[in-house]
Design a protein around this ligand. Sequence first.
Ligand code: F3S
Length: 778
Amino acid sequence: DASTSPAISDVSSRTPPYPKLLKRLHEVRRILPDRPLTLAEKILYSHLENPEESLLTGTRNGADIRGKANLKLKPDRVAMQDASAQMALLQFMTCGLPSTAVPASIHCDHMIVGERGADVDLPESIKGNSEVYDFLESAGKKYGIEFWPPGAGIIHQTVLENYSAPGLMMLGTDSHTPNAGGLGAIAIGVGGADAVDALVDAPWELKAPKILGVKLVGQLSGWASPKDVILNLAGQLTVRGGTGFIIEYFGEGVESLSSTGMATICNMGAEVGATTSLFPFSSAHIPYLEATHRAPIALAAKTIASSPGAHNLLRPDSGAQYDQVITIDLSTLEPHINGPFTPDLSTPLSKFAETVKTNEWPEVLGAGLIGSCTNSSYQDMTRAESLVQQAKAAGLKPKTDFFITPGSEQIRATLERDQTLNTFSEAGGMILANACGPCIGQWKRTDGVEKGTNNAIFTSYNRNFRGRNDGNTKTMNFLASPELVTAMTFAGSTTFNPMTDSIPLENGQTFRFQPPQGKDLPSEGFAQGNPNFLPSSAKPDASVPVKVDPSSTRLALLEPFAPFPSTELSGLRVLVKVKGQCTTDTISAAGPWLKYKGHLPNIAENTLIGAINAETGETNVVYDVADTEARANGMGIPALAKKWKNEGREWLVVAEHNYGEGSAREHAALQPRYLGGRVILAKSFARIHETNLKKQGVVPLTFANEADYDKIAACDEVRTEGLLDTLSNQGQGEVELVVTGKDGKETRVKTKHTLSKDQCQFILAGSALNLLAAKANK
Ligand code: F3S
């Protein structure tokens, strides 16, 4: 009953727009007659702004949509975590709209440390980040975005408990947004600028993904858990294997999984690079939606899922074709352990001890950490609890530090009521705040392991890149199910196999774990928890002022970028000619800079600091015009960019292949633009970054002839020819650069571009947001 949950004031605003989606599906069927569709295609194509345009333009009458068509989508909802929400909201604010076009939510989870337990860590983190939280809360209230305060939970767990639903399409400003696919939603992780598209009702563009079918057969039992499905799959696919694909699960094995187990599997689809992952409607969805106070959604989804083929939005058509199929037999699936340092290095439990010895990985276990957005469900925690209880009965306590991170206040309060947390605490476990904490480097380790020391930890998290948890690049993080992590803490050894090995007891006897057992859902329902952790109202209130202190070092309001001039660009100067790889990390470094994500002038101080100067081999050293020959007064790249900005001179960067690979980080496009960058000339671009540049009004050009890279040097002056015409002619036309060297000699460099009609409009307006703002204020 929705009325029993104050968290859900209006369940209808959280129900996917089923009548509209079914109408669209009908239209899609008309455009693609006699074509069985996968579930992912049904949900995605039902969210197209104009199905006919998206599905038929550039394809052979719709026969080759996947990998070809450019989908213009209208998502139902947006969720943002606190670190990425800052720039998303600052950008949204420049459009001058009174409220968001689709329902949205903000989740404060990434900036909370894990050190001494929730009671101490949470108030301290709130104090340290108050100006950011105040900003997010006030913006949420003003624009009608539900604000979940620090302590309320981790974005993906909260989304699963409140917003995800079968057939929904949502965007989230976090890479593990696909977690929501466990409830049959298409949920895609994006950068802030993409989220703003949805917030202002502009279509969000996606190259139609291919579909990878994963067929599940058999049934899980014993030690094997949903986490092992994805750990195994990551080993098969590798970290790039899912790129350009949506992973769609199907097969009779689906019915044996809990909703939260399916969410865990979808969560880690991000580790293989998939656009997203999802499950079809399953009988497990009904009790989960009911238990989370959304019975009307369960009923609506059940009705749609049982309707005849053509109208069934929530299951694939029979005969649907996948681009690739992988089969996993749940009945024979072994627990897996993935790592260190990469999530696709997958070892079955039975081989792990031997692998540790062969690789000379540490045999002593440093710590066990369970929970996080990936694995903190009632099922996960009660299965782990059953192991702690068995060990307790034998008189055992964990031999290593043991940390528990609940994913939300709802799950924490339920586990507290049902004594699960008590079981963990009595065993010596530390309950951390309902937040990301150690998963995102906010772990202040107090066990004396010095930075630079080899050591091993086991976590039930999803990522294990070097340094991610404790800032120590020598810490080997092995990913496993919460059950396995828990059992390992009692052995204190990485070579322990709880399925076959025993732990010696003081009385001379030995102890062997029985397989874990837990419950999918609490029999007494979910507890609500602390009412202070409930979200703010989704009703906009124009009278609320958005709080940004003008003297803040962490937040700054954005000024719109100037429109494109009514002439060709001239007088541009080459700021740096970059050699080799230039990722979004090279252009906008993370780590300590993350705290300036909401302050463009401050974070711009890191612009291109990882770039290698092609002419000198130096990193982050460039020379101003007079110094280029003498190489006398080298300075940092951001310093020279700022100097030129102050002198009113705009600039360009020259680079090699795959410029901007890595993440969707929009700062990597915003910062150069802010400092006066107008053109990036590269041998090739990473697709997402190329789009981000255009959105911010920077022109990405590639060399028509790669060898021309050698004809251009730092501080050369450049003017464009044909750019203005190309922009005015909706992308039709050629662009040449006329390069004047320091000896006064002119060279012409032919270029290529991928500017679409819409993108030309962005650049002419100064940025995509300027264009949206102009349209919104018409
Ligand atoms: Fe947070 Fe880690 Fe998940 S950073 S959102 S708990 S992946």
